[in-house]
Design a binder for this molecule. Structure first.
Ligand code: NOJ
Length: 542
């Protein structure tokens, strides 16, 4: 792996130069009329994925699961849930992606299994079962309550009592997601075998669920109160110093990386919500942990040009030597981009994501500007929302998981007419859909395709150096991307006012490559550069 952007692009790996596109399989394309998306459905949409110029598809979990957390409660690591298809369907999809030169990343959920996984069924069957210690079991506190004060992300305590064996087991999500005990080496060995199962089939990588939570305090100490708690989400009431980001987790991750390194060209991207100083440790001291520790900062960022500039500069400065950057604007756990920043800034945000240095991860539907869909109370399915109705609008994730909007026919082309999709469709699907936007040269989708097309054909935009540019306007964030003689200038107006900028320190003139208003030709005078409200400019420098 190159350790600076000055290395020749030929040395870069696919996960450095390519765009990752997250498909939430339940919501992408239903091929069999049960209202739930599936693998044959995804297979039918490969031309669409090609048209987005994305390199890798990341599939949220497809393994057998009772679906208490929509697949993040895995009951068999080495199979496909019948709702999504079969292993043969999976092999077909993988082969078809590979034929097109694309990659497939699977979601790997090592921290917990379903309570229906055979390992847990055995573990809970008796205190002396050989798999008892595969999960985290503790005696009740002296008053009979949970062993300590640890909390579930989805509301309530992180412990559930098992009547039959008289102990509590740990689960930081729903109670049907018991946590594995990685202090037992047999558990790690079993996980590594599961990874090999998919790697042998040809999978190109894993997105590893809550990788930073995989180890817990060996002494099971109470967590302290969080002095900065905003009083909203009960889980944030405590500082999670004993359930997250334990130093021992890095040894596990190195073992996982060791398995990947036994194969050619594979990668892992870890789900980690931590500040830079801690996040960077997940690259590994010898770059021997995650290829990409997910960088979620843009998701929670105040949408302000200077704040985002400071964040980008700080992230660039904090990267370890050789650590490859990455950026994310949305996923299945976060409110939709278009809802967070508004439809106009959604274009600016995509221009940012797709021109920053580092691997971008895009969430299905954001390319057509899908917004959060209000879910009527009787249709709410996501556990944190079901368990905590008073904060469902904040913690519920159904709104960002609704069916993909393909066309204006019944069920938006996601499922056959007459079928009830598993979540309601957006009210605007007849106007906001792939078919309509494909015919409109000024649409969000056309913009996205032009942007990704430019990015993927440019060394400067994929692997070039990043340098911020002072604009003199608080609302405008600008930067250059440079590779050899190829240079781009990106100018992003986060505000609603016109700005007249003098950027002649960069160059006298520049050619328009693409603007958020879909201008693709023309020349600008950088001494008098006018940037419209909510406008982003991608300019080619001479
Ligand atoms: C993170 C996943 O992204 C989320 O959807 C899931 O609920 C939790 N991990 C538990 O697996």
């Amino acid at each position: 792996m190159p350790n600076s952007s000055k290395a020749s692009p030929e040395q870069y790996a696919w996960w450095q130069t390519g765009i990752i596109y997250q498909v939430y399989p339940r919501s992408f394309q239903d091929s069999n009329g049960d209202g739930i998306g599936d693998l044959p459905g995804i297979l039918k949409r490969l031309d669409y994925l090609d048209s987005l110029n994305t390199e890798a598809v990341w599939l949220s979990p497809i393994s057998p699961s009772p679906m208490h957390d929509f697949g993040y409660d895995v009951s068999d690591y080495c199979d496909v849930h019948p709702i999504f298809g079969t292993l043969a369907d999976f092999d077909r999809l993988l082969a078809a992606l590979h034929e097109r030169g694309k990659k497939l990343i699977l979601d790997l959920v090592p921290n917990h299994t379903s309570d229906e996984h055979s390992w847990f069924v055995e573990s809970r069957s008796s205190r002396d079962n050989p798999k008892r210690d595969w999960y985290i079991w503790r005696d009740p506190a002296p008053d009979g309550g949970p062993p300590n004060n640890w909390l579930s992300f989805f509301g309530g305590p992180a412990w559930s009592y098992d009547e039959q064996t008289g102990q509590y087991y740990l689960h930081q999500f729903v109670k049907q997601q018991p946590e594995l005990n990685y202090r037992n080496p047999e558990v790690l060995a079993a996980l590594l075998d599961a990874m090999r199962f998919w790697l042998d089939r040809g999978v190109d990588g894993f997105r590893v669920d809550v990788i930073w939570l995989m180890m817990k305090d060996a002494l099971f100490r109470d967590e302290p109160l969080n002095p900065a708690w905003d009083g909203i989400n009960p889980h944030a009431r405590l500082e999670h110093i004993y359930t997250a980001n334990l130093p021992e987790v890095h040894e596990l991750i190195r073992a996982m990386r060791g398995v990947l390194d036994d194969y050619d060209g594979r990668m892992m991207v870890g789900e980690i919500y931590l500040p830079n100083a801690e996040l960077m440790k997940y690259y590994g001291a010898q770059l021997d942990e995650c290829h990409l520790p997910f960088n979620f900062q843009l998701i929670n960022a105040p949408w302000d040009a200077q704040a985002v500039r400071r964040m980008v500069d700080q992230y660039e400065a904090d990267l370890p030597p050789g650590g490859w950057p990455n950026w994310v604007l949305g996923n299945h756990d976060q409110h939709r981009l278009a809802t967070r920043v508004g439809p106009q800034q959604a274009r600016v945000a995509n221009m940012l994501l797709l021109t920053l240095r580092g691997t971008p991860t895009c969430y299905y539907g954001d390319e057509i500007g899908m917004a959060d869909v209000p879910i009527p109370p009787e249709f709410i399915q996501d556990p944190p929302a079901v368990n905590q109705p008073e904060i469902a609008h904040i913690v519920g994730r159904d709104p960002e998981r609704t069916p993909m909007q393909w066309d204006s026919t019944a069920n938006a082309g996601f499922a056959p007419a007459g079928v009830q999709p598993w979540l309601p469709l957006a009210a605007d699907y007849q106007e906001r859909n792939v078919a309509a936007q494909s015919m409109d040269a000024t649409s969000m989708l056309s913009f996205f395709r032009s942007l990704t097309g430019l990015r993927q054909s440019s060394k400067a935009l994929t692997v070039g150096d990043y340098a911020p540019v002072d604009t003199g306007a608080g609302d405008v964030f600008a930067y250059t991307r440079t590779h050899g003689d190829e240079r781009y200038l990106v100018v992003l107006n986060f505000g609603v006012h016109v700005h007249l900028l003098d950027l002649s320190q960069i160059s006298a003139v520049a050619d328009i490559a693409l603007t958020t208003n879909m201008q693709t030709t023309g020349q600008v005078d950088l001494a008098r550069l006018e940037v419209a409200p909510n406008e982003g400019l991608l300019l080619r420098l001479p």
